[in-house]
Design a protein around this ligand. Structure first.
Ligand SMILES: [Zn+2]
Length: 155
């Protein structure tokens, strides 16, 4: 998770990139790392998790990542959660939860992506949230903050 936080900080410093970081690990080895590149690439799907999965797919020439754990600084959105399901990722670990950050970071107001995993077609994927949550939360606007409208993606 500390490596994911490092990615998030790199994303935050790079103009056009975003402050969400992600790493993928298998057998204790870092196999992919990314930050949000949506604005940078003019690609709304270029969330950190998707960028990391694409990088790994290109490297391994596969679309299945069994045995991999994906770490993300923020609870993955619906798109990224379902991408992990299709990619056969074994475990998702995230830092800041929906309760820790402003609602602008989520695609729905009430639906938690954790439910997607519980209702998924796979029962061999685990999801764990709140790892280094305090540290991860500091990367984002908090629930009580009033972010500028131009920064709110889900308006
Ligand atoms: Zn996402």
């Amino acid at each position: 998770m500390r490596l994911a936080i490092e990615q998030a900080r790199m994303g935050d410093r790079r103009p056009g990139a975003g402050e969400v970081g992600c790493v993928i690990v298998r057998d204790g080895q870092l196999v992919a790392a990314a930050f949000n590149e949506a604005e940078l690439r003019h690609d709304p799907t270029a969330h950190a998790e998707i960028v990391a999965l694409r990088r790994l797919g290109e490297q391994w020439k596969t679309t299945e990542f069994r045995g991999c754990t994906l770490y993300c600084t923020l609870q993955p959105c619906g798109m990224c959660t379902v991408a992990c399901l299709w990619a056969k990722v074994s475990r998702i670990v995230y830092g800041a939860t929906r309760e820790d950050v402003h609602s602008m970071y989520f695609d729905t107001r009430h639906f938690s992506t954790v439910d997607l995993i519980h209702d998924a077609f796979r029962d061999d994927i685990q999801i764990t949230g709140g790892v280094l949550a305090d540290e991860c939360s500091k990367l984002y606007y908090r629930p009580q903050d009033d972010p500028p409208p131009q920064e709110q993606k889900n308006r």
